[in-house]
Design a binder for this molecule. Structure first.
Ligand SMILES: [Zn+2]
Length: 437
């Protein structure tokens, strides 16, 4: 006999959280329920008493930087960071070098993910060629390569006609247009949120309206075409109002928020620490509160990390010159758990079940029941810890040194252990698939 028995914990099932053992065999959940003593024979038994097993987290938005920017991150280091954060699938943003605008480039990324073997690396594809905003990318070729999330993340598709054509193409096929909503004109010259703190610092700002004018336009085009539309990293209260109104009209829209926008406000920039620089920028405390309420209420559907690693030498420059972005894969669960203090089921809906549905990932985001692929995470809902060291190649994290509650203990992808928090030194990713099988 083989397989792994998760013994003595509780599991998040369709019917809610229940005390149970979970048996993993052949890459799937084989049984959910109290297991007789004999089940332990010949199996690896992991005592998870006091812990909760749920569907592995799914990140709709990570920058793994390969190909082209491997000094910041690569698919191996990004996968390791993701597994340690409890993720079993990660949608890799296409603003690599070259950008993922064709099928063979998308296949390269999913193949590399498979070689590393720690998480399913799901390529997102560009909406426009080379993200130039002028010509549509090879949408059919990308779709055939398995791409279901299309975005020029990092920049906004400004041309409404192009956006309409991309939406019309996808409308009949499935897949979703995801937008980094930031009006290029309104955002020009801005480094942070335009408001009280930017005035105080005399720094160029990006008004919240840079986001809302694009979201409003996109929702209109989505309504025109009937396509599925997804708002990336929503940052302000105005976007929530637009989402609610559009849903009332039947627009097929979803939205994500990052852990850092749920935690931090523009005040963070007072330190002038370049780690606090990201687009969209950290907004007002009022916006932060609205985003938390929106996530709880389901106006925002999902948490996504926008994990954006940058090397220390790149961030260690004056604020205005620094690249935008913070890392997030390793701290997302704990950050959301701490700041919202939600019911476990709500957290898993927002971090696993719904993002898997948005990205059309059938093997992920399933409540625990016999037969599902064993893409699982085991968390300690109450452990206190403080992130200090990171598995990502980059450590531009706003959560470094911040005390958090709730910690990922084990991650399983297709039934294989891909992270164990008790093992500080996991095997190098190239050896992982053999060593931990
Ligand atoms: Zn973005």
């Amino acid at each position: 006999m083989s397989g792994i028995l998760l013994a003595g914990g509780s599991a998040l099932t369709q019917r809610g959280e229940i005390r149970t053992d979970v048996l993993i065999e052949g890459g799937r959940v084989a049984a959910v329920g109290p297991q007789p003593e004999g089940t332990r024979e010949g199996r690896q038994v992991i005592d998870i008493s006091g812990l909760v097993v749920g569907p592995g987290f799914v990140d709709l938005h990570a920058h793994l930087r390969e190909p082209g920017h491997e000094w910041k991150e690569d698919i191996a280091s990004g996968s390791r960071a993701a597994a340690s954060g409890g993720f079993t699938a990660v949608v890799a943003m296409p603003n690599t070098d070259p950008p993922t605008d064709s099928g063979h480039l998308a296949r390269y990324i999913s193949d590399r993910g498979r070689q590393v073997g720690l998480v399913d690396v799901i390529p997102a594809g560009c909406i426009t060629m080379g993200m130039d905003g002028l010509r549509l990318s090879h949408l059919d070729d990308l779709f055939a390569a398995g791409v279901r999330v299309f975005t020029d993340d990092g920049v906004t598709v400004a041309d409404s006609g192009l956006l309409r054509r991309a939406m019309e193409y996808l409308q009949s096929r499935g897949g979703v247009i995801a937008q980094h909503a930031e009006d290029p004109g309104l955002g020009r010259g801005g480094h942070m949120h335009e408001g009280r703190v930017s005035s105080l610092l005399g720094m160029g700002g990006i008004p919240a309206q840079a986001e809302t004018v694009i979201v409003a336009r996109d929702l209109a085009v989505a309504e025109l075409t009937g396509a599925a539309y997804h708002v990336q990293h929503a940052s302000c209260a105005g976007t929530l109002d637009l989402l609610e109104a559009a849903r009332g009209r039947g627009v097929n829209v979803t939205a994500e928020v990052t852990p850092h926008h749920l935690w931090f406000s523009e005040e963070e920039v007072l330190s002038m620490d370049p780690v606090a620089k990201m687009y969209p920028p950290l907004r007002t405390p009022f916006d932060v509160e609205a985003l938390r309420d929106g996530l709880r209420a389901g106006v925002i559907d999902a948490v996504a990390t926008d994990h954006a690693p940058h090397a220390a030498h790149e961030k260690d420059v004056p604020f205005e010159e620094a690249p935008k972005g913070v890392t997030g894969l390793e701290t997302a669960f704990s950050a959301v758990r701490t700041v919202l203090d939600p019911d476990p089921r709500l957290l898993f809906e927002r971090m696993s079940v719904t993002p898997a549905r948005i990205a059309s990932l059938e093997g992920h985001g399933n409540w625990i029941e016999p037969g599902i692929p064993a893409n699982l995470v085991v968390v300690d809902w109450h452990e206190h810890w403080t992130p200090e060291l990171f598995l990502s190649k980059s450590s531009n994290s706003l959560f470094a040194g911040v005390p958090l509650t709730g910690r990922v203990r084990f991650t399983f992808r297709d039934g294989r252990l891909t992270h164990d928090s008790a093992q500080l030194h996991m095997p190098a990713p190239a050896q992982v698939s053999g060593a931990l099988r």
